[in-house]
Design a protein around this ligand. Structure first.
Ligand SMILES: Cc1ncc(COP(=O)(O)O)c(C=O)c1O
Length: 277
């Protein structure tokens, strides 16, 4: 499928092959990525995605090809060039290209790409039904706060979940529940909404932040022990593409129905997404 593609300051379509085999994102996973959603051709929470992308690039010493103004302008034009109204934009900034060597020269020129994609966001039935998680040992690197393209552990974890009939993988580190393969993780207990604190073990999810803002008086950001999964009142995950999504079952554990706090957060997030300009 041919979609609008931004490449280093110019616009083309995904039919054009723009990267070479010497791109360090391909060779080393030496790149940071971002995904935002757009509705009616308007980006959702773009400033927050920009902030996370900038922080990630800074953390791994990759030059940022944009400032916030040129980023907004580039994404705005990409959406104008996109043939459909609702979808996602995938952005990747690699350190650049050059002869394969682990040690990179200073001052490399980054490669920046962004392309739009159609995406089927969950409908009302799926938002009520929820998803199944399959747990696995967290074997990711120790900088999960950076949205790096080093996703091998996530890829293998998600495949394991899929083979077991699940929709998403849940990473558990010893006794501690971290997050999912491409979503943040929450439990609800006695009216409290509980999620892992921001640190190197999880990605600072943009949707996670929105949920924390919306439920601010009843949120606890603290480590969740594995045993707490057995008697949580509600469980849900959050992400740009899934919004707030109830969890119906983890592994072979008991079946849960969507709870009232999850349903309320879903409704409020949907409203917020449409308010965004
Ligand atoms: C590991 C991980 N955690 C959480 C999320 C959710 O982040 P966001 O709400 O910004 O989409 C993602 C999104 O891809 C992710 O990859």
């Amino acid at each position: 499928m041919s979609d609008a593609l931004y490449f280093n300051g110019r616009f083309t379509t995904t039919d054009e092959r723009v990267l070479t085999v010497e791109d360090r994102g391909f060779l080393f996973g030496d790149a940071v990525y971002e995904v935002f959603k757009f509705l009616r051709r308007r980006p959702v929470f773009l400033a927050e995605h920009w902030r996370r992308l900038s922080n990630g690039l800074r953390a791994v010493d990759i030059a940022n090809p944009w400032d916030e103004h040129s980023f907004d302008a580039s994404m705005g034009e990409l959406l104008q060039r996109t043939a459909f109204h609702d979808g996602i934009v995938y952005i990747e900034v690699s350190r650049g290209e050059g002869e394969r060597a682990h040690v990179y020269p200073d001052g490399m020129t980054p490669n920046a790409i962004a392309f739009s994609r159609r995406f089927k966001f969950p409908d009302a039935a799926k938002k009520e039904r929820g998803i199944r998680l399959v747990s696995t040992d967290d074997q990711r690197w120790k900088h999960c706060d950076v949205k790096s393209v080093n996703l091998l552990a996530n890829v293998l974890g998600k495949k394991k979940a899929s083979r077991a009939g699940g929709d998403e993988v849940l990473f558990i580190d010893g006794d501690v529940v971290r997050e999912c393969g491409s979503s943040s993780f929450f439990i609800v207990k006695d009216g409290r909404v509980i999620t892992h604190p921001l640190d190197v073990h999880i990605l600072p999810g943009v949707t996670r932040d929105r949920v924390i803002e919306m439920a601010v008086d009843s949120v606890d950001q603290r480590v969740i022990a594995k045993r707490e999964l057995d008697d949580a009142d509600e469980i849900f995950i959050t992400s740009t593409t899934q919004g707030v999504m109830p969890v119906r079952q983890i592994d072979e554990g008991r079946e849960l129905l969507r709870g009232p706090i999850t349903a309320d957060l879903q409704r409020r997030l949907d409203e917020r997404e449409l308010l965004v300009d």
